[in-house]
Design a protein around this ligand. Structure first.
Ligand code: UDP
Ligand code: MG
Length: 140
C-alpha cells in the first residue's frame, strides 16, 4: 500500500464538484484515510507550494489556493502516487487525457481542480502539512 496527498482546490469546491470528484477517486480504487475542509492563507499556501517560489506563476497560484476553502485528503492504494497522477491528468487540462479529472472539470492550467503528490516522499511531507497523526485512519 502507498499513500498520496490530494487537495480538491478552491475551484472544485466553488463548482460544487467535491462529491463528483471523490466518487471518481473512490471508483478508481483509492481509499480515503484522512479528509477535511479547510482554507489556506496566503502564508500557508505559499509554504505548501514553496518549491515553486521562483516560478512566474507562484503569486497567482498562492492567490488562487487561498481564495476559498479546499479539501485535502490522504488516499491509500497500491501504486497510489503514480496511479493518482494518471487519474487527474496533465497539469494543463488542454493536454490532459480524456476522462481524467482535470480534462473533465478544469478551466485552465492554473485553476485545475486538484492536486496530486509527485512522489511518495513528497506525499508524506504534504500529508504532515495538513493532518495530525490522529486524523489519519486506515479504512480497513
Ligand atoms: N501552475 C500554474 N501555471 C503553470 C504551472 C503550474 O498556474 O504553468 C499551477 C497549477 O495550479 C499547478 C500548480 O501550479 O497544479 C503546481 O504546479 P506543478 O507543475 O507541480 O503541477 P501539478 O503537479 O499540480 O500537475
Ligand atoms: Mg506538482
Amino acid at each position: 500500500m502507498e499513500r498520496t496527498l490530494t487537495i480538491l482546490k478552491p475551484d472544485c469546491v466553488k463548482k460544487q464538484l467535491i462529491g463528483a470528484v471523490i466518487n471518481q477517486i473512490e471508483r478508481a480504487g483509492f481509499r480515503v484515510v484522512a479528509m477535511k475542509k479547510t482554507r489556506l492563507t496566503k502564508e500557508t499556501a505559499g509554504e505548501f507550494y514553496a518549491v515553486h517560489r521562483e516560478r512566474p506563476f507562484y503569486g497567482e497560484l498562492v492567490d488562487f489556493m487561498s481564495s476559498g476553502p479546499c479539501v485535502p485528503m490522504i488516499l491509500e492504494k497500491a501504486n497510489a502516487v503514480a496511479d493518482f497522477r494518471t487519474l487527474i491528468g496533465a497539469t494543463d487540462p488542454a493536454e490532459a487525457a480524456e476522462g481524467t479529472v482535470r480534462k473533465l472539470y478544469a478551466d485552465s492550467k492554473g485553476e485545475n481542480i486538484i492536486h496530486g503528490s509527485d512522489s511518495a516522499e513528497n506525499a508524506a511531507v504534504e500529508a504532515g502539512f495538513f493532518f495530525a497523526a490522529e486524523e489519519v485512519v486506515r479504512s480497513n
